[in-house]
Design a protein around this ligand. Structure first.
Ligand SMILES: Nc1nc2c(ncn2[C@@H]2O[C@H](COP(=O)(O)OP(=O)(O)OP(=O)(O)O)[C@@H](O)[C@H]2O)c(=O)[nH]1
Ligand SMILES: [Mg+2]
Length: 390
């Protein structure tokens, strides 16, 4: 069957339908439409072309993820819109996925598979690839029964790419063997890294780590502060590997600062677990710099997601500086000064200091250096909202 294309030239992109639900009893602070908007961005990043959205608000979770009537509607749309893939906004259980795939007769993937796919495309270093491979394999293991013969028939593409792909036709025993091999390799990489860290820090240099939502500007700030050339790009998950540099604080004291992988709403736990080696600098940091893109309409939600994920990782109590970045994108006019209304909506007591910045304009970098110095040298937390001075 010939596939519809939006344009006659350019690469073929799978036509996808996005599906999300909001469950009243679960009271998520992230609105359904916003979550689907982000899913759409992830789908594009993975190479799909989202052509329709199906959403439903329900009183309680459904065993089939969405209601019966909606599945009928979806089935109809899949047939008539020549859909290749249906993407669900939450992690589906293996049974849900199988049931939906049997019913819709096209590839069914979930948010987790999509995020793993984007990571698989971005992974360059050996460590990054190993970690994505680990996460994909952990994700696939409970889903192996019967599913992959079906998927192979449907072809690969979005949600099936990456190092995990080669295992599609193997059985669980082989996958388990592979899991232990990957884990062993990661352990080796991890021990090399801790040795390097020890050499670098001599054990007593303070460790500072940038954290934040993907695309917030962590790499841009890192480059400004350390004069490095880490990739900064307007796309999700540009950074997967941690880069660490020595930095000198205004008083001359040395510290190390690390740029690392970003967070996202509903970040799959398999991924966080697999990326433990990469996140080591963050886990062991004396100070976290939480970077927020203040120009995003979701700045408040994104800040909350990152705070929650840091708590889940067991580092909710590490001292933290809040950096409100991309200040240049919310420029003030003569009549209206810059609005930092985000500050009214987030719990600033989590942070010892707040700095405003624009990494691209170079605003606020000296304030940030001063704030880091004050935190790691004096270690007396004071809530001090500095305005940029450059
Ligand atoms: N206008 C403006 N753009 C910025 C600013 N800071 C970063 N950017 C841009 O925002 C995009 C994302 O920046 P990155 O530094 O790659 O973001 P990141 O937080 O490292 O993102 P990931 O590595 O994907 O998690 C890039 O296109 C940057 O040039 C800023 O202060 N103002
Ligand atoms: Mg980055």
């Amino acid at each position: 069957m010939a596939k519809k294309r939006t344009y006659s030239t350019g690469p073929f992109r799978e036509r996808a339908i996005l599906v999300g639900v909001s469950v009243r009893s679960q009271g998520d602070y992230w609105a359904l439409d916003d979550s689907i908007a982000e899913l759409s961005e992830l789908a594009r990043a993975a190479g799909a072309n989202p052509v329709a959205r199906f959403t439903q608000t329900m009183n309680k979770p459904s065993p089939t993820y969405i209601g019966k009537g909606k599945i009928d509607e979806l089935e109809h749309a899949v047939k008539h819109e020549e859909i290749d893939t249906v993407i669900f906004d939450d992690e589906l259980s293996p049974t849900q996925q199988k049931t939906l795939e049997d019913r819709l007769k096209v590839k069914v993937i979930d948010r987790t598979a999509l995020i793993l796919d984007v990571f698989a495309q971005r992974a360059r270093s050996r460590e990054g690839r190993l970690q994505v491979e680990l996460a994909q394999t952990e994700y696939l293991l409970p889903r192996l029964a019967g599913q992959w013969s079906h998927l192979e028939r449907l072809g690969g593409g979005v949600g099936t790419r990456g190092p995990g792909e080669t295992q599609i036709e193997t059985d669980r025993r082989l996958v388990r063997r592979k899991l232990s091999r990957v884990k062993k390799e990661i352990a080796q990489v991890q021990s090399q890294r801790s040795q390097q860290r020890l050499q670098r820090t001599g054990g007593d240099t303070k460790i500072v780590s940038l954290v934040g939502y993907t695309n917030a500007g962590k790499s841009a700030i890192f480059n400004r502060i350390t004069s490095s050339g880490v990739t900064e790009r307007n796309q999700m998950f540009s950074t997967l590997d941690t880069t660490t540099r020595r930095m000198y604080l205004p008083s001359g004291t040395a510290a190390t600062i690390s740029d690392t992988v970003g967070f996202v709403h509903k970040l799959p736990p398999v991924l966080v677990a697999a990326f433990r080696a990469t996140l080591e600098e963050t886990l062991e940091a004396d100070l976290l710099i939480h970077v927020v893109d203040i120009s995003s309409p979701y700045a408040v939600e994104q800040t909350q997601v990152v705070s929650d994920q840091l708590s889940d990782m067991g580092i909710g109590d590490t001292p933290r500086i809040l950096v409100l970045n991309k200040l240049d994108l919310i420029a003030a006019t003569d009549d209206e000064p810059i609005s930092l209304s985000v500050l009214d909506q987030i719990d600033v007591t989590e942070f010892s200091r707040v700095v405003t910045s624009s990494a691209t304009k170079g605003w606020g970098m000296n304030d940030l250096r001063d704030a880091i110095e004050a935190e790691v040298v004096s270690a007396t937390p004071v809530l001090d909202i500095a305005s940029h001075s450059e």
